[in-house]
Design a protein around this ligand. Structure first.
Ligand code: NAI
Length: 239
């Protein structure tokens, strides 16, 4: 049983689709229940996939989501904290609201979801927590101090959770994508994309599927001895 936050489009949707193909029961989650339900139907997994509504910037909404998913499918085995937002501006012009909106969704959301999901995992002594950060959480980025802080925080959260929960066979890892072709990066001009691709050894933006593959691996038995790690999926950009 897997819950993927922010799985109505982009990277989250590809992760949900891949986990479904690997045999998981998958909870699709987005702010809009109708859209989440439509995506569940589009993925075509029958009773093994269902849409749920959740706003990850609202702790009560996340707690209710985990309850609802566990009622529908049984205890969670895999949690993928994927939902994320940006509110970019140069550091000096960032407003308190820009800071809070990004930290609340990207970092506190992952904390609350992990705390809620890990209760059942602790009882059953099996669990996988996979957090989608970003390479900018490792190297910083101009104009994204709030987003970078949230992603660097997510890496710290993951390592601490990995240490606290390892004795109960709950593994926590980070996947840190580079530039992936989704709605989040769609605003870039063709020129900016070309320039960017030139700085990537594999000479292209990544696809959501490029990220989904390693998430499926980390959720599988093949990854049973891996915890507290950060896996960069960036076409070689920051090496
Ligand atoms: P996207 O904007 O295409 O999709 C984000 C998803 O999260 C959507 O389904 C959206 O509805 C959902 N979402 C946003 N706020 C939410 C909230 N408050 N509650 C519930 N759901 C919410 O983004 P994309 O590109 O698929 O990104 C997914 C994750 O990957 C994010 O955490 C992002 O920071 C990260 N990432 C993306 C990169 C990229 O180049 N696209 C690079 C590095 C990391």
């Amino acid at each position: 049983v897997a819950l993927v936050t922010g799985s109505t489009r982009g990277i989250g949707r590809a992760i949900a689709e891949t986990l479904l193909l690997c045999g998981a029961k998958v909870a699709i989650c987005g702010r809009d229940l109708q859209r989440a339900g439509e995506v569940a139907v589009e993925l075509g997994g029958g009773d093994n996939v269902r849409g749920f509504a959740c706003d990850v910037s609202e702790p009560a909404s996340i707690n209710a989501l985990v309850d609802d998913v566990e009622k529908a499918f049984g205890a969670l085995d895999v949690l993928v904290n994927n939902a994320g937002v940006t509110r970019d501006n140069v550091f000096l012009r960032l407003k308190d609201e820009d800071w809070e909106a990004v930290l609340d969704a990207n970092l506190r959301g992952a904390f609350v979801a992990t705390r809620a999901a890990s209760r059942g995992m602790l009882k059953r002594r099996w669990g996988r927590i996979i957090n989608i950060a970003s390479i900018v959480g490792l190297v910083g980025n101009k104009g994204q101090a709030n987003y970078v802080a949230s992603k660097a925080g997510l890496i710290g959260l993951t390592k601490s959770v990995a240490k606290e929960l390892a004795s109960r066979n709950i593994l926590a890892n980070v996947v840190a994508p580079g530039f992936i072709d989704t709605d989040m990066t769609a605003a870039m001009t063709a020129e900016a994309r070309t320039t960017l691709s030139q700085g990537i050894p594999l000479a292209r933006l990544g696809t959501p599927q490029d990220v989904a593959g390693i998430v499926a691996f980390l959720a599988s038995e093949h990854a049973a001895y891996i915890t507290g790690q950060v896996f960069v999926v960036d076409g070689g950009m920051v090496m």
